[in-house]
Design a protein around this ligand. Structure first.
Ligand SMILES: [Zn+2]
Length: 284
């Protein structure tokens, strides 16, 4: 009898101890350009490098590492009413190739002064179309390719346009004919649907929650509206070569808050890395 009560007391103490520590798991490789899905106790608080992040009602959160992220990051998880545990993460470096693209209209490589007002207006519009603290958890599911075709450009390549070194390539290019269908790679809310952006041409943002946003560029047709909830696999428009593009293709970019991440890492079962020729067919 006394022993029974003592065991009960011990298990009560263990239960109290475990509720003060949030069980946290991370899914996905921790490397430059990766999006990692975390799961913790509902109600826990999460911060990456001291910056508080949203956690869904179900305890899911996203963390992303920019192409140029340094070798370390610190993840802090505070259990509801409990202690803070910190995890030191090692962010693996990746190798980036160099991709040379010729034949881009000179005005698109170095915009003329008269285009600057328009470009600044579009930068502001894009920045205002990227909410970061939404509570949805669609980012945590499996993604599908938004278009069928050949991968003609990978994430992270150093781009050289008409011989001039420019920004790295922040996305994956799928070469396909003009008019080929583009579908939503995962559920989300359409935050931007603009047919004629200077660099991106037809541009759609799909918000998958917590600042994870797909950016579909160079579209010839857009079939969705801002604010619309799209389901994975739902057609959203068509491939084109609008904006800064040398041939018809879909550019699929992705951000997590301010970090540029590689969407191809989220598509299950497809090795988009390394198996791709260095020559562009329909660049940017
Ligand atoms: Zn591209």
């Amino acid at each position: 009898m006394r022993l029974g009560r003592a065991l009960l007391l011990v298990s009560a103490i263990l239960a109290a101890a475990s509720s003060a520590r949030a069980e946290t798991t991370l899914k996905g490789a921790i490397e430059q350009g990766s999006l990692v899905i975390g799961r913790t106790e509902p109600g826990a608080k999460v911060a990456l490098d001291g910056k508080a992040l949203p956690v869904s009602a179900g305890g899911l959160f996203a963390i992303g590492f920019d192409r140029d992220h340094g070798p370390r990051a610190t993840l802090a998880v505070t259990a509801p009413g409990g202690k803070t545990e910190t995890m030191e993460l090692v962010v693996a470096p990746r190798d980036w190739n160099i991709q040379r693209i010729e034949g881009i209209a000179p005005a698109l490589v170095t915009p003329p002064p008269e285009a600057m007002a328009r470009i600044r207006r579009e930068i502001a519009l894009k920045a205002a179309s990227r909410p970061v603290d939404t509570d949805e958890e669609w980012f945590a599911g499996t993604f599908i390719w938004p278009a069928k075709g050949t991968i003609s450009g990978v994430f992270g390549s150093q781009r050289v346009y008409n011989g001039q070194p420019k920004n790295p390539h922040y996305g994956v290019d799928v070469a396909a004919p003009t008019g080929a269908a583009i579908v939503a790679p995962a559920d989300g809310i359409v935050r931007l649907a603009e047919p004629d952006m200077y660099f991106e041409g037809g541009l759609v943002f799909i918000d998958h929650g917590q600042g994870v946003i797909s950016m579909m560029m160079h579209m010839s047709r857009i079939d969705v509206k801002q604010g619309e909830h799209v389901r994975q696999g739902q057609p959203i428009g068509a491939v084109g070569k609008t904006g800064r593009a040398t041939g018809p293709h879909l550019h699929w970019g992705m951000v997590w808050r301010d970090a540029r991440v590689d969407p191809s890492l989220l598509v299950k079962g497809v090795a988009a890395r390394g198996a791709v020729p260095g020559t562009a067919v329909g660049g940017d």
